[in-house]
Design a protein around this ligand. Structure first.
Ligand code: ADP
Length: 837
């Protein structure tokens, strides 16, 4: 079990100055060392006890030599403790320093006053009793200091905030000690009247001395007990050893009866020396330990500063340069390489070397080869991700490496830069001057730097990625091609680019003042806003939709809007707004053009109808003339029948019936011509195609008979009705019949045949008009449908082209094929019923 386990556990806690020996708990090793010394002391006492009084030859120089040594060690100890006090402000340490100072001063005087040392009776002009009295003062002073030390140490906590200047306190204390020691010396030298006689003769102590020694031992034992009870620190531990040594020394002195120049006399002084050197040794050891820690702390502080410098770099070349400089400076290296992954392979990204006291860094990519770096070592570290230290570059597992022998490296360190378990890079540093250049302290600092470097490299990469993305977005926003808004889902526009502001003719001040809302649309467009907000909240995105915004002047701007929620904010979204004004204008213009085109087509079709009717004018006049002539003749005959006596009323009635029928026939023809010639907008209705065909055949009857054309119709009954404009459809059929009659005028009258048929097809109704004319142009039969293609002297070449556009506008098709043995067949396909639009 740990014999001093109360140390530490009962320590003063972390709020006390942990660097002070008065508060640092002892390590187990220190505890065992102190116990060993204590055991040696007690063993020494046991060994010396039987022989302490044995006389030994006089050595006059012994006491001055020992006292001088003790004076020096006690004095240095006092100085060190005072220095400790000046840092920690611990009054306990000040008390101890005063104790050591008292000791050192009394010892000095003791040496001077010792009879036979410098003069036969001592140097102070005192009596033969002076030295022994000084000896007792000396041994009483130290336990007194120990009591003060223990007492003040606890009150140090309470007075931790005291601000009295330490130098003043120290000077006053030292002055007090000098005064006290002066008093002791005076008492020792001139106090014969006040103090009892200690020595019965110059070499032998009287019984009073023995009593005083016993009392001093008791006081020391009390000090030892107090230290034991209140033990806390490594200093307490060694003070116990010191007090024990003092007790042992006093015991030996008592054992040899205070007689000078006995074995006990001499060895007792050796114990005094132990008493004096223990704390000094401890202080010196602790000082060197603290110095080591300070050096390490300084290196760590440098590394932390360097880390901060690294973490502030966001551009890769700057970061690499800074990193290499810091590493070389902190590692005591004169060459360095940084190897980073790049597109699946590792490349040397930077080289650094020491030139004089400057570090030169070259940045540029170089492949890993046996010439550029110790390749086998680097590949090993890439593979294992473990740090490799070559304290002697010539004798190790990589000593066969070409680079290491060529470049005369002495110490090499290859450090992996690990970030979240991933190898972020490799740092290789070399020292060409010394073996074992990379001490464990430096390596721990470098590891700290390596960790920071890995983080900084990763951060730089992330920053660059972010920067590039941000730059792309910024370019989009700044390009001002489309309006971009940052909106909150409550209706506020938080940010908008210039393109949007231009679109709605607001300025930035309006935006900043919060006057603008993305919900400020005409009422017609507001309806879906709530629903859209819900969609953005739930789905996070909105398909582009059209709406209108009010401009600042109250006019409206048509826009296309797309919305995407900003994931990080939940209540905010980015909206992309495209101005549709131009598009809408173009659409309106297109609609107008289409309307005008339709109108023009109508006009053209109308002109074509008039022209076609014009061509039939003679036949039609004849057609109308015929009933009118018959009417006239019947009317004259009827008059005659009426003038007869008695009037023949039956015949007259029959003739008037014929007159009515002929008049109707004439009115019917005129009505049809009028309908055909009038300029009316297209109007579709359900039609029986056979009626249309029959009507047109009737209209052209006179023309066909004049031209000797034999007309045959094969109209299939029960055809479904079609959805079409009757006038336009008549126009097409009429045009095709007139063309056929005209074409057949080129062939002999005996072979002029016109066949008109209607039939049902799977996808509609087919009307075919076949003639026995000369037929279509063989090279390119389709040419006849081109506008302005004509073979007639007075032709316009517009008829067939208009017919095709009429049929296509009805969702149908018009095409021509050759007839057998000669002639042409025109096919007119019309879709059924309601499907026609
Ligand atoms: P136009 O009758 O004013 O010439 P169309 O567009 O009606 O204009 O006819 C174009 C041309 O197609 C005619 O000039 C003629 O050469 C040819 N064509 C039209 N119908 C027939 C037909 N049934 N047989 C042979 N050629 C025809």
């Amino acid at each position: 079990m740990e014999p001093f386990s109360r140390f530490g556990a009962n320590g003063l806690g972390t709020d006390q100055p942990q660097l002070s020996l008065a508060y640092l708990p002892p390590t187990p090793r220190q505890t065992w060392s102190a116990l060993a010394v204590a055991a040696v002391l007690l063993l020494g006492l046991g060994v010396l006890a039987p022989v302490a009084g044995k006389p030994v030859p006089h050595v006059n120089g012994f006491i001055p030599a020992i006292d001088a040594t003790i004076f020096l060690t006690d004095f240095i100890t006092a100085c060190l403790l005072l220095a400790d006090f000046s840092i920690t402000r611990s009054r306990a340490l000040l008390a101890l320093a005063c104790g050591y100072l008292t000791s050192s001063l009394i010892v000095a005087v003791h040496g001077l006053s010792f009879p036979g040392a410098f003069s036969p009776t001592g140097n102070l002009g005192g009596s033969s009793q002076t030295t022994i009295r000084l000896y007792l003062f000396w041994h009483l002073g130290f336990p007194a200091a120990v009591f003060a030390y223990v007492w003040l140490r606890d009150s140090d906590r309470a007075k931790a905030g005291s601000h009295a200047p330490t130098s003043l306190v120290a000077v006053c204390s030292v002055a007090g000690i000098f005064a006290l020691v002066g008093l002791f010396v005076w008492l020792a030298a001139a106090g014969d009247a006040l103090l009892p006689t200690a020595l019965v003769d110059p070499s032998h102590a009287g019984p009073v001395v023995l009593w005083l020694i016993a009392l001093t031992m008791l006081i020391c034992a009390a000090a030892l007990s107090v230290l034991w009870v209140f033990r806390r620190s490594v200093l307490d531990l060694w003070l116990m050893v010191v007090v024990l040594a003092s007790i042992v020394e006093l015991a030996i002195t008592a054992l040899f009866g205070g007689t000078r120049f006995t074995l006990g006399f001499y060895t007792g002084r050796v114990f005094s020396l132990v008493t004096s050197t223990v704390v000094l040794t401890l202080l010196l050891a602790e000082t060197s330990r603290l110095y080591g820690r300070l050096t390490h702390a300084n290196m760590l502080a440098g590394a932390v500063k360097a880390s901060q410098a690294l973490s502030s770099k966001i551009e890769l070349p700057n970061l690499i340069e800074q990193m290499m400089k810091i590493v070389l400076a902190n590692a005591d290296a004169d060459r360095g390489l940084l190897i980073l992954p790049s597109e699946g392979e590792y490349l040397i990204q930077a080289k650094a070397r020491m030139i004089g006291d400057q570090i030169e860094v070259t940045i540029g990519q170089t492949p890993i080869t046996g010439i550029t770096c110790p390749e086998s070592l680097v590949r090993h570290v890439i593979r294992t991700q473990e740090c490799v230290i070559l304290n002697d570059a010539f004798s190790n597992q990589f000593s066969g490496d070409e680079y290491l022998s060529d470049q005369q490296s002495k110490s090499v360190l290859c450090l992996p830069l690990i970030k979240q378990g991933e190898l972020a890079g490799i740092l290789l540093i070399e020292n060409t001057r010394t073996l074992h250049a990379f001490t464990s302290a430096r390596i721990s600092v470098l590891e700290l730097l390596a960790a920071q470097a890995a983080i900084s490299l990763e951060n730089t990469r992330l920053y660059n990625d972010l920067y590039e993305r941000e730059a792309k977005i910024r370019r989009l926003v700044d390009s001002n091609i489309i309006g971009i808004l940052i909106i909150d889902l409550d209706g506020r526009i938080i940010e908008a680019n210039d393109a949007f502001l231009r679109m709605v003719r607001y300025d930035r001040e309006d935006l900043i003042s919060g006057r603008m809302h993305w919900t400020d649309s005409p009422p017609k467009w507001r309806g879906g806003d709530e629903q859209r907000v819900e969609m953005v909240k739930t789905i996070g995105t909105l398909q582009a939709f059209e709406k209108e915004y009010f401009r600042k002047d109250g006019s409206r701007v048509p826009v296309l809007v797309g919305v995407e929620r900003i994931e990080e904010t939940k209540n905010q979204a980015v909206a992309f707004v495209i101005d549709l004004t131009e598009q809408k204008r173009a659409e309106a213009a297109l609609r107008d053009a289409e309307l005008r085109n339709i109108e023009a087509q109508m006009l053209l079709a109308h002109a074509n109808r008039i022209a076609t009717i014009g061509e039939l004018a003679a036949s039609l006049a004849h057609e109308v003339n015929h009933p009118i002539g018959a009417t006239l003749m019947n009317a004259e005959t009827a008059l005659r029948w009426l003038a007869a006596s008695p009037p023949n009323l039956d015949n007259t009635r029959r003739l008037i019936g014929r007159i009515i029928a002929d008049s109707k026939r004439a009115a019917d023809i005129v009505g049809r011509i009028r309908d055909f010639a009038k300029k009316a907008p297209a109007r579709k209705e359900a039609l029986e195609i056979n009626d249309i065909v029959s009507g047109v055949v009737g209209l052209t009857r006179s023309e066909t008979s004049t031209n000797g054309v034999l007309v045959e119709t094969r109209l299939t009954g029960g055809l479904p009705s079609i959805w079409a404009d009757p006038v336009q459809l008549q126009q097409v059929v009429l045009n095709l019949i007139v063309n056929a009659i005209e074409a057949m005028s080129e062939v002999g009258e005996e072979s002029r045949r016109l066949l008109i048929s209607t039939e049902a097809e799977s996808d509609g109704i087919l009307i075919t008009i076949s003639d026995s004319g000369p037929g279509l142009p063989q090279a390119d039969p389709e040419r006849i449908f081109e506008a302005f293609y004509t073979t007639k002297a007075s032709g316009l070449g517009m008829g067939l082209s208009i017919c095709r556009s009429i049929i296509e506008a009805h969702g149908g098709r018009l095409w021509a094929t050759p007839n057998e043995p000669h002639g042409a067949v025109f096919h007119l396909m019309l879709p059924n019923g309601e499907e026609i639009t």
